[in-house]
Design a binder for this molecule. Structure first.
Ligand code: ADP
Ligand code: ZN
Length: 764
């Protein structure tokens, strides 16, 4: 018997499933995952079928009005994934569903673009001869067309220099056939890549690839068995347990050890087994070189790049192409983890430690962790890669939850760049004050420029100075809306808040009405200051700054990289924008202007972030034939994060860090949930956070801990006061269940907003 009831999550309602009756005429086309129109209250709304049932406890159900798309947009596996996300991340399931489907697909406002297509038909030599005589232009067009299987009318008109009416005449005469055909909107239309061949692997790489291949093969076996047991849940379970679903593989490979080549060959292996792959990269626009390598290796029609710059039409086409099984490799940032590939066999998460995998609004999911769960649900191999794995991931590998594969050397045994640390306290004494460049860095830049080599300078803060103050009265220019100082941008002559955007002209005298002293000072430094210090020290060098202040055009990023690659730029100064997956053979010196910047963040991951950033940035040096050098300027040169980075000693750092985390009950030794409340007054924020903390305490297990309500480190943003409670538990699912229960039962006033962040990547 067909199920009579559909469980539906509607777009506008809270975290709830509603029962609807399935009318007989729709019985064949309502499936789990179908997009439907349903009456809701007095109006109609859209929703998804998330389950089917024989009966419902509710009498008097309404009926589904219409099915929007014949084929379900969500596969049942992706639905299962979104359900898991809802539970794990304490988030309404419809938000998770929204996340899994791009808006153009969800709202189905856009459809395929259809254009007129013309095909040749069989003709007699007689016909052709007549046409050649009477209408030589049409004949010429026909000649062009007959060399093909058909083409879009616009294209034929262009090539044969005729207009549309001529084609219509040809069709009327019966010489050609006109139809409508879908034309795919291709975001990369004209781009061509020189195809690359798989490289013969180094022994470490080969071992690592072998692990990936085994995992892919094993998952294929499980899938096959499950398919043959389709519909029989018991047999399916047997099949799943008979073949162990392989564990995720963590590839810990130093920068330049050839991880990308392993990914490429693993994907190729999956393709040969008829399996599709997803590749997650931290940010598409910041990793152009990585993306290019994938596009150069595989035929264009097999690969889809999900880019945030796609137009709605392009996104629609790409998504449906994936859903229809016409694309076999999907590359994208975070949300590509939901790509609906029908035969998923492999998910790769490149730079798995990157915090951009975490979404900073609900659902606050981490795409790396969702990838691991999706791999389990869909029997796909999961490969995580990094030169500096997240402490959590390495911990998982050590505990046997992931399989570890280590690549300790650069390809061809190129040396790791030499890292020198400059003590800036000493340097301040020597130079009588703080300068952007230490003597050592300055000399090194000079030497490299003399040899026509290139330099990257890194400072993770934009603007000119980090704050303005008056030495006379002590005035400091704070943001009126946020608990941070305003940043000085010299070119724009403005003070700006990097949190809320508050901007005002930079004052000439102290803004304090009782002071008005002209001797105001700007302290601290940003990339703009580095740029001008370089100009002053090396007037002939061609310097380019790269940070979000100057990235006013989307294409600028690629243009600058292009110029840098072809040697039009000597020195690139930038923020973390230039820290990721870039590869310039002529860069022999990397300078890190202020290595301790992230160290003093009030966050338990401060040391980890600093270590990762140093190693990643240093990894940009010496990727060609010349050995690279890295100069690190620091006020705390003896800090362990800096010392371990200097030795390229991930394990040393990990061992020390894990001990610290264990002692202080931080992840991965325990799991965290951070609840942040925002309110218009501090009293309100504190009151409701206190109440929430008390309530959660009533529901937790014996080994769980719930902190007091405290102001968040960023206590005010955009005039909202922020309070936090941090809950810890060795068993995260139990904790999130308890929290979800409390949160659902708690009625907060409309102007008090709560964010629940499970496995937070930042506690600010
Ligand atoms: P990672 O991703 O670990 O930083 P890459 O995959 O970018 O490393 O490799 C670094 C460089 O070495 C690239 O230019 C790549 O083409 C090259 N490479 C990788 N594997 C090999 C190999 N087996 N033989 C020769 N060159 C290789
Ligand atoms: Zn502000």
């Amino acid at each position: 018997m067909k199920p009579a009831i559909a469980k539906i999550v509607v777009d506008i309602a809270l975290d709830k499933e509603f029962d609807y009756r399935i009318p007989a005429q729709l019985a064949d086309i309502v499936h789990v995952g179908s997009r439907v129109h349903v009456p809701f209250g007095a109006r109609m709304t859209q929703g998804y079928v998330v389950g089917l049932a024989e009966s419902s406890p509710h009498p008097q159900l309404k009926e589904i009005a219409e099915v929007v798309s014949k084929r379900p947009l969500l596969t049942d596996k992706i639905l299962e994934l979104t359900r898991w996300m809802g539970r794990y991340y304490c988030c309404p399931v419809e938000l998770c569903v929204k996340c899994a489907l791009p808006e153009v697909v969800r709202k189905s406002k856009i459809s395929w673009k259809e254009r007129q297509f013309v095909r040749p038909v069989k003709l007699t030599p007689d016909d052709l001869a007549k046409l050649a005589k009477r209408a030589p232009k049409q004949f010429h067009a026909l000649e062009i067309l007959r060399k093909t299987d058909g083409m879009f009318v616009v294209k034929l008109c262009e090539e044969a220099r005729i207009d549309g009416t001529a084609v219509k005449v040809l069709a009327k005469k019966g010489f050609v056939e006109l139809t409508d055909k879908i034309e795919e909107r291709d975001p990369f239309g004209g781009e061509v890549f020189l195809p690359t061949e798989p490289l013969p692997l180094m022994p470490d790489q080969a071992q690592s690839l072998e692990l990936c291949k085994q995992a892919i093969d094993a998952t294929s076996d499980v899938s096959r068995l499950c398919e043959s047991a389709a519909g029989a849940p018991h047999e399916r379970r047997l099949a799943e347990s008979a073949y162990k679903i392989p564990k995720p593989i963590l590839i810990h490979g130093v920068t330049g050890s050839g991880k990308t080549e392993i990914y490429l060959q693993a994907i190729e292996h999956a393709l040969r087994q008829g399996k599709d792959s997803i590749v997650l990269v931290p940010e598409i626009s910041l990793t152009p070189q990585t993306v290019e390598r994938f596009r150069a290796r595989f035929p264009k029609q097999q690969i889809t790049v999900l880019h945030s710059h796609l137009s709605d039409g392009e996104r629609h086409d790409q998504w449906h192409k994936i859903r229809d099984g016409q694309s076999h490799i999907v590359i994208g940032a975070r949300s590509a983890v939901f790509a609906p590939l029908p035969a998923l066999g492999l998910i790769i998460v490149d730079e798995e430690h990157e915090t951009s995998y975490k979404q900073d609004e609900a659902p606050r999911y981490n795409a790396r962790d969702v990838a691991v769960v999706r791999g389990k649900l869909e029997h796909a191999a999961v490969v995580l890669g990094s030169a500096t794995p997240a402490i959590e991931s390495y911990y998982n590998a050590q505990r046997g939850r992931y399989v570890l594969s280590t690549l300790p050397h650069r390809v061809d045994h190129q040396k790791m760049p030499l890292m020198r640390i400059v003590d800036m306290k000493q340097e301040m004494l020597r130079q009588k004050g703080l300068h952007v460049l230490s003597g050592r860095l300055r000399d090194a830049i000079e030497a490299r420029l003399a040899k026509n080599e290139q330099v990257i300078l890194f400072l993770n803060r934009r603007g000119y100075a980090t704050h303005m103050f008056c030495p006379k009265c002590g005035y400091v220019a704070d943001c009126p809306n946020c608990s941070v100082k305003l940043t000085y941008h010299r070119k724009a002559a403005q003070l700006t808040c990097h949190l809320c955007g508050e901007t005002r002209p930079a004052p000439k005298v102290c803004p304090n009405p009782d002071c008005r002293d002209p001797a105001i000072r700007y302290a601290g430094m940003g990339t703009e200051k580095v740029e001008s210090a370089i100009h002053a020290a090396f007037p002939k060098a061609r310097v380019q700054r790269m940070d979000s202040d100057i990235m006013t055009r989307k294409s600028l990023y690629r243009e600058i990289f292009h110029d840098f690659r072809i040697g039009k730029i000597d020195i690139l100064v930038g923020t973390q924008m230039i820290a990721k997956g870039l590869h310039f053979p002529n860069v022999t010196l990397v300078g890190i202007i202020h290595a301790d910047m992230a160290l003093h963040m009030p966050d338990f991951r401060a040391a980890e972030r600093t270590f990762q950033l140093l190693v990643q940035v240093a990894g940009r040096a010496g990727r060609g034939d010349v050995e690279g050098e890295v100069i690190v300027q620091s006020f705390t040169p003896s800090h362990s994060a800096i010392q371990f980075a200097r030795q390229h000693d991930y394990l040393g750092f990990y061992d020390q860090e894990i001990e610290f985390r264990q002692q202080l009950h931080y992840p991965p030794a325990t799991r965290l949930v951070c609840l942040t409340l925002r309110a218009k007054t501090e009293e309100k924020a504190k009151f409701f956070t206190d109440a929430l903390a008390r309530e959660i305490r009533k529901h937790i297990g014996a080994n769980d801990l719930v902190s007091e309500a405290t102001p968040a480190p960023l206590a005010k943003i955009q005039n909202n006061y922020r309070y936090q409670v941090i809950a810890r538990s060795p068993q995260i699912m139990r904790l999130t269940e308890a929290i979800a229960k409390v949160v659902t039962a708690t009625k907060l006033p409309p102007d008090v907003l709560l964010a629940v962040d499970v496995d937070p990547v930042s506690l600010l």
